[in-house]
Design a protein around this ligand. Sequence first.
Ligand code: PGA
Length: 248
Amino acid sequence: MKKIICNWKMNPNSLDKVNTIIQAILNCGIPVGRSELIILPPTLYISTLQQYQSQLFASLGVQDISDASEGAYTSQISAEMVYNLGLEYALIGHSETRMYQHYSADIVAQKCAQALQHNLIPILCVGYEDNPIKGEVNIDLIKTELTSILSINHSLFQDKHIIIAYEPIWAIGTGIVPSIENIETVSILIKRLFQDTIPHEYNTTVSVVYGGSVNKDNIQSLKTIPAIDGFLIGSASLDIEQIPILLT
Ligand code: PGA
């Protein structure tokens, strides 16, 4: 069963539209057994989604958390708050946050540590670079990003699940998707890096999802990639025409 992670970003712009998307998901019939639905809405809409959560058969998460645990950090939300609200996931290090909020690799690693410490499942994005070459996959960059995450105290990974989202920045919102072979190679590399670094007895499980221009036209062929456990989907996850195809 593939994970379908809906990254709504800063959309939609009204509660009416949130309700329209909720209705579109409900109209699909329950995706149980077909896909595992995870919705990452803007934080303001969390309580609305929680009202429908059991009907949607969805898990919920936030699009960012603080690298600090509590205190005078105006505008931020902590991993513990998210956990205490009953949410399960935190998206961490999305390219748009690395770019617009200037999150460094160290900050992203700290956010990941916060999520693990407070029992949230991190959905950690890799694939950001300042000067990407369109269509070119920078394997060294992916390794460097992962090495920084793997430099946090390994015991934090004990008995935890982590999702790595492979999202080359040039694939986000552009309609360009890497080749099936490339996505397969990178996901195997990610899983191997974790296996080789985190002690086996820590029982850490790693899923790899692909993100960047996933839509109704390419999802079926992307689903054939064995090493990919699901997808992180932006704009198509807000499109009520595409939702039924993405979820089946
Ligand atoms: P997209 O966005 O599906 O609109 O390309 C994906 C993402 O940024 O997570």
